[in-house]
Design a protein around this ligand. Sequence first.
Ligand code: FPP
Length: 248
Amino acid sequence: MLDGSSVQSQAPLPRHVAIVMDGNGRWAKKRFMPRFFGHKAGVDSLVKTVLACADRGIDYLTVYAFSSENWKRPTEEVSGLMGLVLVAVAKYLTKLADQGVRIRIVGDRTEVSDKLRAAWEHAESLTQNNTRITLSVCFNYGGRWDVVQACRQAIRDGVPPDELDEARLNGYMALAHTPDPDLFIRTGGEVRISNFLLWQAAYSELVFTDCLWPEFGVAELDSALAEYARRDRRFGGVKDSVPEARRA
Ligand code: FPP
C-alpha cells in the first residue's frame, strides 16, 4: 500500500493528520506480553509521531486513544488505559509543552474519573498558548456521539432549524478548533473508520497500513505523507476547485 518513497519538499503537505492507532494488543501478543504493554509502547510511539509531525510543519494531529466502544474491553484493560493516561501526562507533558505542542482533549469527559479530568485540564491549560502543533487526543470519543452532542448543543442554544447549516453545526462539533483532516491514517491492518471523525473525514485521504501502532515511526509517517502527496484531491468537484469553506 505504501512504497516508502521520500516526501519532496514542495509536495503538498496535509495541514491536519488524523490517526487510528491500532495494533497495540497484537504487538504485545507477538512478544508474549500483556496488552497493556502494547498500549504503553503506543504512548511512546504517539509522542514520537507528534514531534515528527511538528518537525514536518503539520499544524494539527488528532489521534483516537479511547473510543466510546472501548468500555466493552475487559475491566483491567480499561482501567489500565485510564492509568496509562495519568502516567503519560506525568512522563511527557513537560516535554511536549516545551516543544510547542498545544494539547486538546476531545470526547465525553463526564464518564471519566475526577483525577483523569483534572489531568486533562492541567495538560490543556499548561499548553493553551502553544502554537507549533495542536494535538487533539480523542478519548471516550465516537463520531456519532459528536454529531449528537453538537445537535443537542445547537438546540439548547435555540438555533432555528432553518439556520442550522453545515458551517453552523461544524462550530458545535468537538473538533471545531481544527480544520477538517486532510490525511486519515489507520495502522494495524484493518480497513475501516470505526466511528472516528465521521463528520470531519468526509473528504480526507485515507491511508491504511499493516504496521502495528507501536512500530509506527518516522519512516511510516513519511510513507503516508508521500502517498498523500500523490493523491488528486477534488472534493467532489474538478481539479483545483477546492471549496474555501472546507480548507479553513
Ligand atoms: C488499539 O489497539 C489501541 C487502543 C484502543 C488504545 C490506543 C491508545 C494508545 C496508543 C495510548 C494513548 C494514550 C494516551 C495517554 C493518549 P488494540 O488494543 O485494539 O490492538 P489490537 O487490534 O492489536 O488488539
